[in-house]
Design a protein around this ligand. Structure first.
Ligand code: NAP
Length: 352
């Protein structure tokens, strides 16, 4: 039977029964262990009973690589709150045991945020157990793989675009800047904004990615140095809006160069955490700094944003945003790449 709130991946009675019967006692996971002197990140068998608290057991089919996963996998990242930890801040898969929740065995679902992959075992595992209130039914028209092409980064990009539009940004208002444009948040933001008719300027440190960013819909591609470095309290008014996942000097520069009444949606800190700005852009130009948080975003809003990511916020060439696909064993190298700022687009983790 097809669940009312989302498609079933393996929904017929026979396969649902197979899933329940095939629930193993041990699963395979990538484990970050910071308890000793050495930092360990390795594939280990994990008892299902050690997956953590929660009603719902999920057979994970896909996860993805996000910047936060790289931080959670290292002691110095100061993000992991348990050790050992299975990182992976997002996952998609199929419910194999719904516990006492309203979900159904065989139902396609996705989970991201909350404590997942930080203080609760995450997506880099063949199985996960999570509280029912964290679970988002897989929207119709989005496969489990496509959900993880978007993943946490795509969700954050969609939240950023919605925040700007809810603030009043309309197509035709002028150039909208996306910083860190080749990264996960940035590339999905470029794609969604362009598809909705906005004129996108992509800023990047990777000049070799200019053609790719143009193919995603960027009208202009500029060097990241043009929007960072120390800025005056007020720069020339350029941007009708901005999506920034870089923070630091870049965010300070963006705030100083927003047009009158415009806003920047700020979500990240790959370029630094300290933002040196002044009150002048706020009190003389009425600009707004919109904070974007995907982790504690309330579940109803979360489900709504995912429904829209499958429909009117859907990037037109969604499958092309996935630039790499790795098995569990390929995750450590992918984490190194994203931490060094060398990743382009979204890296999928093939689990099931
Ligand atoms: N608030 C939230 O809920 C939320 C959710 C998801 C992500 N985030 C944050 O958003 C940020 C991006 O995440 P992501 O997964 O998209 O990471 P990502 O794929 O690594 O993208 C980040 C991009 O930032 C640029 N960059 C890297 N180092 C930089 C530096 N030193 N100075 C300037 N630009 C630099 C690079 O793009 P170019 O080479 O194109 O310049 C890089 O591709 C991270 O800080 C992450 O923690 C926050």
């Amino acid at each position: 039977m097809m669940p009312a709130d989302g498609p079933s991946l393996h929904g017929d009675a026979h396969s649902v029964q197979n899933h329940l019967m095939s629930l193993p006692s041990v699963t395979a996971a990538l484990v970050a262990d910071h308890s000793g002197a050495d930092e360990v990140l390795e594939r280990r068998p994990l008892a299902l009973s050690d997956l953590g608290t929660g009603d719902v057991t999920i057979e994970v089919t896909w996860s993805s690589v996000n910047y936060k996963d790289a931080l959670a996998s290292r002691k110095s990242g100061k993000v992991a709150r348990i050790s050992p930890l299975v990182p992976g801040i997002d996952l998609a898969g199929v419910v194999v045991d719904p516990g006492s929740s309203d979900l159904q065995a065989g139902q396609g679902v996705l989970v991201h945020g909350y404590d997942l992959g930080v203080a609760h075992h995450g997506g880099f595992s063949e199985h996960a157990r999570v509280p029912a209130e964290w679970v988002v039914p897989l929207p119709a028209d989005l496969t489990d793989r496509q959900a993880m092409i978007l993943g946490t980064a795509g969700f954050t990009a969609a939240m950023s675009v919605l925040a700007l539009e809810e603030h009043g940004l309309r197509p035709g208002d002028g150039p909208v800047l996306v910083t860190g444009a080749t990264g996960g948040v940035g590339s999905v933001a470029v794609s969604i904004l362009a598809a909705r008719g906005h004129e996108v300027t992509a800023s990047t440190g990777k000049s070799e990615a200019t053609d790719w960013l143009t193919s995603l819909g960027a009208a202009d591609v500029i060097d990241r140095d043009a929007v960072s470095g120390s800025s005056r309290p007020l720069e020339k008014e350029v941007w009708a809006g901005a999506v920034d996942c870089v923070g630091g000097e870049t965010l300070a520069h963006v705030v100083a160069s927003l047009r009158y009444g415009a806003a920047v949606a700020a979500s990240g800190n790959t370029g630094g955490t300290a933002v040196a700005t002044s009150v002048f852009p706020f009190i003389l130009r009425g600009v707004s700094l919109l904070g974007i948080d995907s982790v504690r975003c309330p579940i109803d809003r979360r489900k709504e944003v995912w429904r829209r990511m499958a429909t009117d916020l859907r990037p037109p060439r969604l499958d092309e945003l996935a630039t790499d696909e790795v098995p569990l064993d390929g995750v450590p190298a992918a984490l190194e790449r994203i931490l060094s700022g060398g990743a382009q687009g979204r890296t999928l983790v093939r689990i099931g």
